[in-house]
Design a protein around this ligand. Structure first.
Ligand code: PRP
Length: 181
């Protein structure tokens, strides 16, 4: 494990197995339909690239960049679009792919914005969910894992842009992010 890690929360194999399961369920649910997968930069990228390879349907990608955290470990509660979609989602079956849902503010905002653009359907897929941190309710259609309130990094998730390339998800040592002893 990386020396900044407290413990491995989800191993590479655990993630791989769960992502393949999600892919099978999504393929079945969208059988016969084209899917527009919207990745929320940057954290969702690693999950998205693995997930789409487990889905059989014809898939198109688009990306949005939405910031609510800046470079700090806690949410500011403020959601801003840094990069919007390239194309219209009207009449498309849209699946938003996220790495983690924490307060729910990002997805609450995104679902309002995207549902107003007339998609045929709009669903949410997140690898991780921290339900104990929720400020705004969000309906999650596909969830990889529910986790407790550890500060997690790896497999796309960062702290100050670091650790995204770790193939597993680990809890960061509190002394690294300035929490606890
Ligand atoms: C993270 C994550 C979600 C959001 C979830 O993104 O990818 O988009 O925070 O938090 P919320 O439920 O409290 O709104 P972040 O702003 O850290 O950007 P990143 O994906 O580029 O790391």
């Amino acid at each position: 494990m990386h020396p900044h890690g407290e413990k491995i929360l989800l191993s590479e194999q655990e993630i791989k197995t769960r992502v393949a399961q999600l892919g099978r369920v999504i393929s079945e649910d969208y059988k016969g339909k084209e899917l527009l997968v919207i990745g929320i930069l940057k954290g969702a990228i690693i999950f998205l690239t693995d997930l789409v390879r487990s889905i059989n349907n014809p898939i198109y990608f688009d990306f949005m960049s939405v910031s609510s955290y800046g470079d700090s470990a806690s949410t500011s509660g403020e959601v801003r679009i840094l990069k919007d979609l390239d194309k219209s989602i009207e009449d498309r079956h849209v699946l938003i792919v996220e790495d983690i849902i924490d307060t729910g503010l990002t997805l609450d905002y995104l679902t309002h914005v995207l549902s107003s653009r007339g998609p045929a359907s709009l669903k949410i897929c997140t690898l991780l969910d921290k339900p104990s941190r929720r400020v705004t309710p969000v309906y999650v259609h596909y969830r990889g894992f529910s986790i407790s309130n550890d500060f997690v990094v790896g497999y796309g998730l960062d702290y100050n842009e670091r650790y995204r390339n770790l193939p597993y998800i680990m809890a960061l040592r509190p002394k690294i992010y300035g929490g606890g002893s």
